[in-house]
Design a protein around this ligand. Structure first.
Ligand code: GLA
Length: 380
């Protein structure tokens, strides 16, 4: 990646006021629970969106992305409205819109972006773009917003400006994760706690397998699943599916139409899997996470139905090659798989997945070992 300050200056003719970074994430466990008031356990990955920013006083917002089309996108902040900005720039522009909607007195800026978070891989490249602008604006305008408030503004940008009805997990991971830890977040009251993840000390690694099947939350399937969960909660007289316990599950399922039962079964059992994962991590029993991951994948595949042949194959090939457990991570319909492996088996598991993909005629997956990285911060 280029020196962002120099690249900014070459593009805009002056030095930036600062440079910020916001990471992508993998979610260890707790999928499709964040819009049900449930638990999630994501960690930041060492890939991030970086932004060099300099405020402008004329109300013009300009974006340039190293991964974009080589053009500077220019828009007047007064004219920002949902649907008004096309392509990747809608994510950062949406955050400026959301800040202004929330009553913050912020204007335009020149922004130079560069991200190495793989796009469409279920690793929250869009949340990283949102959160890097949110934190830069906070610092430049002295907004005094904490990491949770920033994440909720970024989520609002994605919900109301971009039009994707996502939960807040990705944005919370990007603003709030800490190096060496996973973020245990209760999305009902937004309380959270850092759970240390001593992978290396225990001879373990997290292998991320990007299946290269492009995942896109905007295609309607995600919205339908979310609506199904909300309908089930309403039928059960609950504020959210989070209120349903494992003990109450059989009785609740009896009251629901057949098509909603698997969704509810997934959400309730997934919340329990997050709690169990946190118990094991807290006790230093990291390897115990393995079977929880694999059970989570089965639930996403069979109950929630958001996996696809490529993610299923990556999971089964990884487990057969010795992974302690594996599952798809993120919204689904493609994207990435996470496998917990012993350090000495890392290469062998990655190679086995690649071989299985070749045999199935799939594109070669991209693999990397992820360590829990820091959340959004100022670089200079
Ligand atoms: C996407 C959304 C998140 C969350 C996950 C599924 O990543 O952006 O809010 O709902 O899917 O767990």
């Amino acid at each position: 990646m280029s020196d962002l300050s120099a690249a900014f200056e070459a593009t805009y003719g002056a030095a930036p006021a600062g440079v910020w970074a916001a990471p992508g994430r993998v979610n260890l466990i707790g999928e499709h629970t964040d819009y049900n008031g449930g638990f999630v356990l994501p960690m930041a990955i060492p890939y991030a969106a970086r932004a060099a920013v300099r405020p402008r006083t004329d109300g013009v917002l300009r974006f340039f992305s190293e991964q974009g089309d080589g053009e500077v996108t220019s828009v007047a902040v007064d004219s920002l409205a949902p649907g008004s900005v096309p392509g990747w720039a809608q994510y950062p522009a949406g955050v400026v819109w959301a800040l202004r909607e929330a009553g913050h007195d912020v204007g335009g800026a020149d922004v130079y972006l560069s991200s190495d978070v793989p796009g469409g891989a279920g690793l929250s490249s869009s949340a990283a773009l949102e959160c890097v602008i949110a934190i830069a604006y906070r610092d430049l305008h002295g907004l005094g917003l904490d990491a949770t408030e920033l994440a909720l503004l970024a989520q609002r940008a994605e919900n109301a400006f971009v039009g994707v009805p996502c939960g807040m997990m990705d944005q919370m991971a990007s603003t709030s994760c800490e190096e060496g830890a996973a973020l245990f977040l209760d999305t009902r009251d937004m309380s959270s706690r850092q759970v240390p993840l001593e992978l290396v000390g225990q001879g373990l690694r997290l292998l991320v397998i990007d299946t290269r099947v492009k995942h896109d939350l905007g295609d309607g399937a995600y919205a339908e699943l979310r609506a199904g969960c909300e309908r089930a909660a309403a039928l059960l007289g609950l504020a959210a599916l989070r209120e349903l316990s494992l003990d109450g599950l059989p009785g609740a399922l009896d009251q629901l139409p057949a098509e909603l039962r698997p969704l509810v079964h997934h959400v309730v059992t997934e919340n329990r899997r997050v709690e169990r994962a946190v118990e094991h991590l807290t006790a230093g029993e990291l390897a115990e996470l393995g079977p929880i991951l694999t059970a989570g994948h089965a639930s996403l595949r069979d109950d929630y139905r958001v996996s696809c042949p490529e993610t299923d194959l990556a999971v089964s090939a990884a487990v057969e090659a010795g992974a302690l457990g594996a599952r798809m991570t993120g919204g689904g319909f493609g994207g990435s798989v996470l496998a917990l492996v012993r350090a000495e088996a890392l290469e062998q598991v990655a190679a086995a997945v690649t071989t299985a993909f070749t045999a199935a005629g799939y594109a070669e997956p991209r693999t990397f070992a992820a360590t829990p990285a820091a959340g959004a911060h100022r670089i200079s």
